[in-house]
Design a protein around this ligand. Structure first.
Ligand code: PXP
Length: 255
């Protein structure tokens, strides 16, 4: 499996910067256009309940302009379902959401929340929106996502990124096993959260993973080198990891 690994750029923190002054600059839509030119395949945006970064008008503009397919991250709530049905993004990633958290802290518990999640997955899949469920890399979670009828899982890479040494290798193996299980069950396997130039290669080398969603690091790096250059470097690192001669050793060996 050597098809090109897709790169989704999460532009939430372009909106964070804009909101710091309340005006229109920097515009997430402009960031989407730059990301597209630099080799991104989709745009990811999280409309949070508290609207701390992305606003409703951003979702309308991103969906309407269609610079790239839109992947909307959302909590499973009636309000967010309404936004989704109105804007018809290409894909949705269901995520857990707590008001006090700085960022999404863990995956959804698809096992415990199956009755709550089921109608959301069904309503969106029924109108052709590809629904992913953001989960920790655990077999039971992957199987629950499959049972819910999701199109994909997105594996939470945060623990892998935060771990060091042997512990990081262990976390990488958890991602590999969950990815194999997901594809074995007929799901697409995506991954993301916390990825940077230093951590992306081993995840990109997992052949079952077909999409990475990356935001905070790329927007931050963009402050120094420009968003386009930041995305281009990530794109090259992903392509090298997926296609390069070190693919197998990287995947199982060093994290
Ligand atoms: N995937 C999901 C489901 C997320 O919630 C986030 C953060 O919004 C990301 C990917 C991107 O994470 P980061 O901004 O740390 O790259």
């Amino acid at each position: 499996m050597t098809e090109r690994l897709r790169l989704g750029i999460n532009i939430d923190h372009v909106a964070t910067l804009r909101n710091a002054r309340g005006g229109r600059h920097p515009d997430p839509l402009r960031a989407a256009a730059i990301a597209a030119k630099a080799g991104a395949d989709s745009i990811t945006a999280h409309l949070r309940e508290d609207r701390r970064h992305i606003q409703d008008a951003d979702i309308v503009a991103l969906a309407r302009e269609g610079v790239l397919p839109l992947n909307l991250e959302m909590a499973a709530t009636p309000e967010m379902l309404e936004v989704t049905l109105a804007n018809r993004p290409h894909a949705v990633c269901l995520v857990p959401e707590k008001r006090q958290e700085l960022t999404t802290e863990g995956g959804l518990d698809a096992v415990a929340e199956k009755h709550h999640l089921a109608p959301y997955v069904e309503a969106m899949m029924a109108i052709g929106i590809e629904v992913a469920i953001f989960i920790d890399p655990e077999r039971a979670q992957v199987e629950a996502a499959r049972a819910l009828g999701a199109f994909a899982v997105e594996l939470h890479t945060g623990r892998y990124c935060n771990a060091e040494g042997e512990a990081r290798t262990e976390e990488l193996h958890r991602l590999v096993e969950a990815a194999e299980r997901a594809v074995g069950l007929g799901l697409e396997c995506h991954a993301g959260h916390g990825l940077s130039f230093d951590t992306v290669a081993p995840v990109a080398a997992i052949p079952e993973v077909c999409e990475l969603n990356i935001g905070h690091f790329l927007v931050g790096e963009g402050v120094f080198v420009g968003l386009g250059a930041s995305v281009q470097t990530m794109r090259a690192l992903m392509d090298d990891a997926r296609n390069g001669p070190l693919q197998k050793t990287t995947q199982r060996g060093s994290a």
